[in-house]
Design a protein around this ligand. Structure first.
Ligand code: GDG
Length: 467
């Protein structure tokens, strides 16, 4: 059985490239290499013209098949419907959700075009695994054209209750396309519940809590919490201590004996960066004895900067950090450093290891891999403390973190204080429990569990397109 992966973006590895340490892309590549396979999606490039040919590139046992988007498609399918309508909606942010019919039409058109292009590459026994919200209707488009292969979907972000999801025009049409999949993987049981009750309410689905039947099709909907390459991250972090070139050494010089609180996120409003900076400011106001002895480092590589809501967040985070630094800083101490660039994974591992507190406080997040990376990077003999939002999917697995409500500025400020004061024995106890969890459910566990479930699905029912 060949595995076919479809995702919005496909990065073709350089011929000489050694597998980078860890991560979803690497895990999927490894799954493809194991049994041979195909990875299809957008090349990331823009080109004009009416036909967008598919280019195939062979790397070992894996074929990469990529197609460009036109600028109009990037605007409507990617920036518009995916990232201005679906992204905020799925993150429970109705106020930020911008729906446009033109964008929705473009989203469906790209899914249709991807389906047609993919069909030309498919073999009868292929197992197809589609990733994320950009491609929800892809299976329905494939089924409509007669594809009867096993098709799975993994939704990397939250799925909101139907009171929220239902605000999206054409939401019942979109949700009904879920029934074209054989297996739908979600990050948490809460997302599973929301999707199933949405299908019941909006499409008249019948469900036993796991299997959902819409018309004559049956779909299994199940939680598969995604993991990281724990071992690779642990090694990177341990090596960062010995290396003379990682930022850890320079951080030592620049921070001295000061404690470090670290945040690492794409610059995205779902991550709660501005609220987190405010909470750190509140901590320094409520506990002035910590002033001068602790700094916060927020790494925030820019993301989706063509979307207006992201440009606004960029401005807000600059304003907040500047205001707090001016109000609370000293001539020889800057409380908050926001760095808007991406660092290497090596460097990240070093920062995590150096930080006494990992601050992971999204307003809503599918899983949040940073929470897991922070734990994997700690020194087992003197670990730091994870402060984690209850609205991250990761909180459902990582209860030994200090769990906070990111909307409660004072609460987060108090958790920072508690984390900095926590006795070593308690830090070790919490760390050991968290490490055991992320290690037992790492990225290899996730990939295998999902693919085993997909290949184990009973395909007894006829494949028909949903009504
Ligand atoms: C989506 C869902 C779900 C960040 N800054 C740098 C950098 N990163 C890396 C982190 C981490 C990844 O990016 C971010 O993963 P998250 O899980 O935190 O968030 P999303 O990007 O929103 O991912 C999320 C995930 O999909 C997987 O299913 O967990 O809920 O929203 O690995 O380390 N990496 C490097 N430099 C940086 O500056 N190298």
């Amino acid at each position: 059985m060949r595995l076919v992966i479809v995702s919005n973006r496909v990065t073709v590895p350089e011929r000489s490239e050694k597998a980078a340490a860890g991560g979803l892309a690497v895990a999927l590549r490894e799954a493809l290499e194991k049994q041979g396979g195909l990875w299809f999606g957008w090349s990331g490039a823009i080109s004009e013209g009416t036909s967008h040919p598919v280019r195939t590139i062979q790397r070992g046992k894996v074929t990469y098949a990529v197609t460009d988007l036109s600028e109009a498609e990037r605007q409507s399918y990617y920036l518009g419907f995916s990232n201005r309508a679906l992204w905020p909606l799925m993150h429970y942010r109705l106020g930020l959700t911008e729906f446009s019919r033109t964008d929705y039409t473009g989203y469906l058109a790209v899914n249709r075009r991807f389906a047609k292009a993919l069909i030309a590459l498919l073999e009868p026994d292929d197992v197809i695994w589609i990733h994320d919200y950009h491609l929800i209707p892809l299976a329905a488009e494939l089924r409509r054209r007669g594809v009867t292969n096993r098709i799975g979907y993994f939704h990397h972000i939250p799925w909101p209750p139907s009171e929220v999801f239902g605000a999206l025009p054409f939401s019942s049409t979109l949700i009904s396309t879920i029934a074209s999949y054989d297996l739908v993987g979600m990050q948490t049981v809460v997302d599973v519940r929301n999707l199933i009750s949405g299908l019941e309410a909006m499409c008249g689905a019948k469900s036993d809590g796991r299997k959902v039947r819409v018309g004559r099709r049956e779909t299994v909907i199940q939680a598969f919490p995604i993991g990281i390459d724990v071992e690779a991250f642990r090694k990177l972090a341990a090596a960062s201590v010995r290396s003379a070139t990682t930022p850890l050494k320079t951080a030592k010089e620049s921070l001295g004996a000061r404690k470090l609180v670290v945040g690492v996120d794409r610059l995205d409003y779902s991550k709660g960066i501005v609220q987190r900076l405010e909470a750190f400011g509140q901590f320094l106001r409520s506990h002035p004895e910590h002033r001068g002895s602790v700094s916060m480092l927020q790494i925030a590589p820019p993301s989706r900067s063509d979307v207006p809501e992201y440009a606004e967040l960029d401005r807000q985070s600059d304003e907040t950090a500047g205001r707090l630094n001016a109000a609370l800083g000293e001539f020889d101490w800057t409380p908050i450093r926001v760095v808007k660039k991406a660092y290497s994974r090596n460097a990240l591992a070093g920062f995590y290891r150096r930080a006494q507190v990992g601050l992971v406080t999204p307003m809503r997040d599918g899983m949040n891999l940073v929470a897991k990376e922070y734990i994997a990077a700690q020194d087992p003999l003197d670990p730091g403390v994870l402060v984690l939002s209850r609205f991250a999917g990761a909180a459902q697995q990582m209860g030994e973190a200090l769990i906070v409500n990111p909307y409660d500025t004072h609460g987060v400020a108090e958790a920072i204080r508690t984390a900095l004061a926590m006795p070593k024995s308690e830090r070790i106890r919490r760390f050991e429990a968290l490490y055991a969890t992320i290690d037992a459910t790492d990225i290899d566990w996730w990939t295998k569990r999902y693919l085993d479930a997909l290949s184990g699905i009973d395909m007894g029912l006829p494949d028909v397109a949903p009504p």
